[in-house]
Ligand binder design. Structure first.
Ligand code: ADP
Ligand code: MG
Length: 255
């Protein structure tokens, strides 16, 4: 299968007036089409910086990042979703989901139709005229996801998108959103600090060391489970072993 993302020997250092911060050190990995990969690592190790580099907001100090375009997208092949949903309170849910298209001057018959289909598919059609504050946390995350998917990206970068939700909501919303994303066959990179979330949602996990971050583990997740619900994942016999392994990894890198 073709690579959607190929990163080779990536190094990155921030240069500021306060000095230099070496953040990423020799990162190499590839993502295949349709893969769902979680990135975990200590706070401040450089995960969000990696996303900024993939999204072309910064240039690598050395090494290379290649993103391959697959679909006939409207703009960038990359969709970015952050911790906070960033919905605008003065706009309806409908107008919020069209925001990305509007900013990129891509509002047209087919792009609007695409958003309307997503609103129906994700159970938000009846709520399209509501304001964000009238919706639950999970619904707002869905609306944010539709806004991201409206631009038809090939690669989704999710930077701790569920961490603003309370624990119980977070578990249901994260599995819900991930099932929706899986239905689109997009390639996904998900940053999370929640080990259980990584194990139960991802096909593969990359573990980053302390800053300057390098990859200390890259493995496929295989869970023996009766169905693809979150409870079945967490009850899989392998779950505990993975959790233990990741816990040890992160303890080891802590100075
Ligand atoms: P993570 O997402 O893993 O928590 P970040 O990528 O946000 O980590 O940050 C990695 C390191 O780079 C941290 O030490 C942070 O302080 C530093 N950093 C982040 N952004 C900047 C910036 N714009 N300028 C200088 N240093 C930065
Ligand atoms: Mg971060």
């Amino acid at each position: 299968m073709e690579h959607v993302l190929k990163i080779e020997n990536l190094c990155f250092t921030y240069h500021t007036l306060q000095g230099e911060t070496e953040v990423l050190k020799d990162i190499s990995f590839t993502l295949k089409e349709g893969e769902f990969v979680a990135v975990i690592g200590p706070s401040g190790c450089g995960k969000s910086t990696l996303f900024s580099l993939i999204a072309n907001l910064y240039q690598p100090t050395s090494g290379s990042i290649v993103v391959r375009r697959q679909n006939e997208g409207f703009t960038s092949p990359i969709g970015y979703m952050l911790q906070k949903d960033y919905l605008l309170e003065w706009r309806s849910i409908y107008d919020n989901t069209l925001l990305g298209l509007e900013i990129n001057h891509l509002l047209g018959e087919s792009s609007i139709q695409r958003v309307e289909e997503l609103l129906k598919l994700y159970g938000l059609w009846e709520f399209r005229n509501k304001k964000p504050s009238q919706l639950s946390g999970g619904m707002k995350q869905r609306a944010a996801l539709i806004r991201t998917l409206a631009l038809n990206p090939d690669l989704l970068l999710l930077d701790e998108p569920f961490s603003a939700l309370d624990y119980q909501t977070r578990i249901t919303v994260s599995s819900d959103i991930c099932n929706l994303i899986r239905g689109t066959n997009k390639t996904v990179l998900l940053i999370t600090h929640d080990l259980s979330e990584a194990i139960s949602l991802a096909d593969r996990i990359l573990v980053f060391s302390n800053r300057p971050a390098h990859i200390i583990r890259d493995f496929q997740v295989h869970l023996t489970r009766s169905d693809d619900t979150i409870l079945a994942s967490r009850n899989a016999p392998e779950f505990k072993e993975y959790f233990h392994m990741l816990w040890e990894d992160l303890n080891d890198v802590r100075d």
